[in-house]
Design a protein around this ligand. Sequence first.
Ligand code: HMG
Ligand code: MG
Length: 314
Amino acid sequence: MTADGLPMTRPAPGLPARVRIHEVGARDGLQNEQATVPTDVKAEFVHRLADAGLTTIEATSFVHPKWVPQLADAEELFPRLTGLPGVNLPVLVPNRRGLDRALALGARHVAVFASATESFAKANLNRTLDDSLAVFAPVVRHAKDTGVHVRGYVSMCFGDPWEGPVEPAQVVRVCAALRDMGCDELSLGDTIGVATPGHVRDLLALLNAEGVPTEALGVHFHDTYGQALANTLAALQHGVTTVDASAGGLGGCPFAKSATGNLATEDLVWMLRGLGIETGVDLGRLTATSVWMAEQLGRPSPSRTVRALSSKDQ
Ligand code: HMG
Ligand code: MG
């Protein structure tokens, strides 16, 4: 480790030069909190993330406030975030109502969120899988017609808490449907953190073979079994350059039992920095942000890197 608290840089072959981190702490992280986080705290969180160099910061969700009360302040929060130079602020939209709410506030990046399994489509969206895709199609079309960038999430790509193992063909089918609708990028969600690196490689290779290029794919790993970083490295070795992560390792999904925190952004940045891969993120500032956020939430961050770097300061 260097004197300024960073890992020694030792590049490894076959990896990208730069990775874009899609920061989900303010959305995936906070949607799962028991207590509602004040809007002021959320706004400061996003501003601090931007200040740490993150340029894609998923801000909130325009979902039904009764389903996700933690994000019911989306209308109040979103206008307080715009105008951050060079920062994109994607928001989740489950249907046309959500898209209209987001567009009314000037959102330029939205995400629809599908599932590879029937059980999670029902639990998360109150629809069958096919019905949820039918809801998304005109949403994506309208967003694209208004020049808005659209991400398509696919949850339960590696396993499902109700259905168990998920056939890769199911994931391919949903990815293809979202691409046909016009989604600009897809994010492969390991919602309950059961993926392992060989599975990640196989799924990426199958998606390529079925016509989905690696450039269109991001990865979204939850860290339930401590595999998120290993899975990310497997994805990087495959050529993926968009990685979702959550500051401090916050996160989970209220509609999927056994979903725990996302890959911590600090753990990711530590590894990428050590590999000499550019992210534009200042690890010190990011860690300070997660320590501050942990104080707001009243419990320590689960990120190993946050813990290691912050205990050194004391
Ligand atoms: P529903 O109850 O079936 O909705 O919920 P509906 O279409 O029957 O409408 C019922 C009422 O809700 C209507 O009002 C609608 O207007 C209203 P009424 O006419 O009765 O007065 N409504 C809305 N209000 C505000 N905003 C909206 C909206 N839509 C309908 N957007 C719905 C269906 C999809 C809305 C609901 O299930 C929902 O909001 N789900 C959100 C689930 C969610 O946010 N999950 C977490 C995000 S996904 C995730 O975390 C996974 C991810 O991280 C990747 C991974 O880890 O795998 C992305
Ligand atoms: Mg998630």
